[in-house]
Design a binder for this molecule. Structure first.
Ligand SMILES: CC(C)(COP(=O)(O)OP(=O)(O)OC[C@H]1O[C@@H](n2cnc3c(N)ncnc32)[C@H](O)[C@@H]1OP(=O)(O)O)[C@@H](O)C(=O)NCCC(=O)NCCS
Length: 182
C-alpha cells in the first residue's frame, strides 16, 4: 500500500498502537463538535479496521497520519468515495486531527498531499470536500487548498440524524484548476 510523505507528515497504514490515541481523539467533544456524537472505543476501533481494509483493497483511502519529528499518531487524512445517498457522487478529501495537532498547518499539508495523489496518481477529474455549515476550521482548510464552494449546493445530509450537524456544504476542486494554481 502506498504511503505518502510530506515535509512533516507520514500518511501510512493503521497500526495497533494507533487505536488508543484514535479512540481518545474520537471521544473528545471538541474534535466531535460538528459530528452527531462522540465515538466509543469500540466504534473507533471498528472504523480504523474498516479504513485499513479499504487501504488494503484499493491502495488509497483514509490513511493514519503520523508527525515525522515525534513519530506520534495525530489523526487521519485521505480520500474516499462520497457516501451513498448524497445529492452528488465523486471522491472526497477529508481530515480529522487530535486537538493537540490543530494550529500547525498539518491538515492543509496532508490535504495538499492527498490532492496531489488524487489528481496525479488516481487521475481524478475532481475532488470534493464535505462538512457541516458550522465547521469553519475545516472549511478554512478547504479554501487553503484552493477549493471553492457554491452556496446553491448546500444540502441536508440524509446520512446525518436530524439536528444542527445536518446542514452541509460541499467544496470542489477540478484537476485543471489544481494544475493552474499549482
Ligand atoms: C478540521 C481540522 C483538521 C483543521 O485543523 P487546523 O489546525 O485548523 O488546520 P491546519 O492544520 O490547516 O492548520 C491551520 C492553522 O495552523 C496555523 N499554522 C501554524 N504553523 C503553520 C505552518 N507551519 N504552516 C501552515 N499553517 C500553520 C495556521 O496559521 C492556521 O491557524 P489558524 O487556525 O489560527 O488560522 C481540525 O479542526 C479537526 O480535526 N477538527 C475535527 C474534525 C473535523 O471536523 N474534521 C473535518 C470534518 S469534514
Amino acid at each position: 500500500m502506498p504511503e505518502i510523505r510530506t515535509d512533516r507528515l507520514l500518511l501510512r497504514s493503521w497500526r495497533e498502537s494507533d487505536l488508543a490515541p484514535w479512540a481518545a481523539l474520537n471521544a473528545d467533544p471538541v474534535v466531535r463538535e460538528h459530528f452527531p456524537e462522540v465515538l466509543t472505543p469500540e466504534r473507533s476501533a471498528a472504523s480504523a479496521a474498516a479504513f485499513q481494509a479499504d487501504l488494503d483493497e484499493r491502495g488509497w483511502g483514509w490513511w493514519a497520519v503520523e508527525a515525522v519529528d515525534t513519530g506520534e499518531f495525530i489523526g487521519f487524512a485521505g480520500l474516499d468515495p462520497v457516501e451513498d445517498g448524497l445529492p452528488f457522487t465523486g471522491v472526497e478529501a477529508g481530515w480529522r486531527l487530535a486537538r493537540s495537532a490543530w494550529g500547525h498547518g498539518y491538515a492543509t499539508e496532508a490535504g495538499r498531499a492527498v490532492m496531489a495523489y488524487g489528481f496525479e496518481t488516481l487521475a481524478l477529474p475532481e475532488i470534493l470536500a464535505i462538512t457541516t455549515v458550522s465547521n469553519v476550521r475545516s472549511q478554512a482548510v478547504m479554501r487553503r487548498l484552493g477549493m471553492t464552494h457554491d452556496p446553491a449546493e448546500d444540502f441536508d445530509d440524509p446520512t446525518v440524524p436530524e439536528g444542527p450537524c445536518r446542514r452541509s456544504v460541499v467544496h470542489r476542486l477540478h484537476r485543471q484548476e489544481w494544475r493552474r494554481t499549482g
